[in-house]
Write a new protein. Sequence first.
Length: 287
Amino acid sequence: MTNSQTAHRLAVVGAGVMGTAIATLAVGRGLPVHLVDIDAEKAGRAGESVRQQLRLAQLMGSLPRTGPTGELTTEGSTVDLPSVTAVIESVTENAETKVKTLAEISAAVAPGTLLVSNTSAIPIDELAGAVARPADLVGIHFMNPPYLIRTVEVIRGPRTGDAAMAAATELLAALDMAAVVVGDGPGFVINRVLQRMINEAARIVEEGLATPAQVDELFRGCLGHQTGPLATADLIGLDNVADSLRVLHERTGDDGYRPCESLLAKVAAGEHGRKAGRGFFEHGSTL
Ligand SMILES: NC(=O)c1ccc[n+]([C@@H]2O[C@H](COP(=O)([O-])OP(=O)(O)OC[C@H]3O[C@@H](n4cnc5c(N)ncnc54)[C@H](O)[C@@H]3O)[C@@H](O)[C@H]2O)c1
């Protein structure tokens, strides 16, 4: 383990699809992680989920197979943060929830502690309004799962400070991640494009023009995408896709982002994609 890794003590708030995957990446790279979720059941399952994902990532060679892993602790609380050097917020994509959570986190940590939001679409400056020290907040949009996809979108808000950017760069180096730094705005770069594409693909299926398998086959076969838009939506989680589209629609007024009816129907029916075993496609196992 390098000095750079031992210098970090990370808290991840939100132990869903992304929180557990980010915790996996960090412990797999030797960083100690304190993983918390407001839902005691989610917090209770988080340790096993991280262990399973870690085994998978090590088997696939995307995380080191040998060498020490970081210690993982899990907890059903958000405010009782131990002394940490950085906190990654990865709670549900809802502005009210994120604002409340970030305000609690910011009140609980020492000034200068790096605060990261893994929001998919909410402008970082909007969230910065909720924290005691807006200069400490940086957006890092991790991909799913981050231990397989090494590049992240880093969002520097207008009030993000140089020290926070330097701390984020150092943390990403310890996680062996590559970063592309972009400006702030709804959906940043990836989701401004991707969420609209997913919504349009779902609309095409809704109109009966093509099946989900045909849509995805075209994107893979003709455009060389590794995964089509609807399999990507299932991987993200359709509830999260609908939340991100709402965030984009509310902030841009652009109807292309209004979540289409068939997507909302799937969310209402609990067909949330891979994590639920069914979405646009059927899925065998859930992690
Ligand atoms: N799913 C993806 O592919 C993906 C990719 C990149 C970014 N994101 C973003 O990551 C964030 C989390 O998404 P997810 O897919 O993991 O969602 P998820 O629904 O799987 O998990 C969210 C978790 O947050 C917890 N939570 C809610 N309020 C909380 C609070 N106040 N304190 C602590 N925990 C709380 C919930 O109990 C839940 O376990 C969202 O902002 C999402 O947009 C998701």
